[in-house]
Design a protein around this ligand. Structure first.
Ligand code: PGA
Length: 252
């Protein structure tokens, strides 16, 4: 955690979730009481097909999309713009998730344009970075983070709530997590990079850890310096798991 920064626990449902699964969102909202609202922000990024209906059932939980296009409109079959996301009521977006970078060949430049679209709309915009297993093994993790941050984070940041998520690719969906020391080193490095680029404003950016976060390891991860919350995939699909992670803040 960072003193003075309100943590954010963000769920990413990925390509999961049909109408019936909105009952899980309602169950999460039912457990997001005033005490917890005072301690942490909660966000659930649902598939685009559920954005409007999720927004209607969110009761204080923020709703976000998992991707956006860099432009407001145009001939881009299958894409959705930040304008369209805003039209559903949602006001958050994840950009540059490693699954987008890998499955859709998204470069840092593409992620940068998406991030700029989100931020200039005033969105909470979560920019994801993280090294692959081979990069970690060859000892270039911090170089990779530096390059991804330089390329994916827009210079033109005047509005919106910028959030940066450190997600080691090898930890996503695998049950593996880096050591607490490795997370601490990565997050301190990210903080230093943001401060050197944006000054005091860089010190206010929430830094999330993502990759196999579960109720069982949430408390340990959140106690690490400069870990200001979590980006949660698999464990965000069920209310009990997701709220178990959120509840880790009650003990800190
Ligand atoms: P996971 O996914 O929690 O299932 O590892 C994290 C993510 O991809 O954001």
């Amino acid at each position: 955690m960072t003193p003075g920064i309100k943590p954010l626990v963000a769920g990413n449902w990925k390509m999961n979730g049909l109408s019936a699964d909105l009952s899980q969102l309602e169950a999460m909202a039912g457990q997001y009481d005033d005490a917890l609202k005072g301690k942490i922000d909660l966000l659930v990024c649902v598939p685009a097909t559920l954005l409007s209906r999720a927004f209607d059932k969110s009761h204080g939980i923020s709703i976000g999309a998992q991707d956006c296009h860099g432009q407001a409109s145009g001939a881009h079959t299958g894409d959705i713009s930040v304008e369209m996301i805003a039209d559903t009521g949602a006001s958050s977006v994840i950009v540059g998730h490693s699954e987008r970078r890998t499955d859709h060949g998204e470069s840092d430049a593409i992620v940068n344009a998406k991030a700029e679209a989100g931020l200039s709309k005033g969105f909470q915009t979560i920019i994801c970075i993280g090294e692959s297993e081979s990069e970690r093994k060859s000892g270039v993790t911090l170089d990779v983070l530096k390059t991804q941050m330089a390329g994916s984070i827009p210079d033109d940041w005047h509005g919106g709530d910028m959030v940066v998520a450190y997600e080691p690719v090898w930890a996503i969906g695998t049950g593996l997590t880096p050591t607490a020391d490795d997370v601490k080193e990565a997050h301190q490095f990210m903080r230093d990079e943001l401060v050197s680029r944006f000054g005091d404003k860089g010190a206010t950016v929430r830094l999330l850890y993502g990759g196999s976060v579960k109720p069982a390891n949430a408390e340990e991860l959140m106690a690490i310096g400069n870990v200001d919350g979590a980006l949660v995939g698999g464990a965000s699909l069920k209310a009990d798991d997701f709220m178990g992670i959120a509840g880790a803040y009650h003990t800190i």
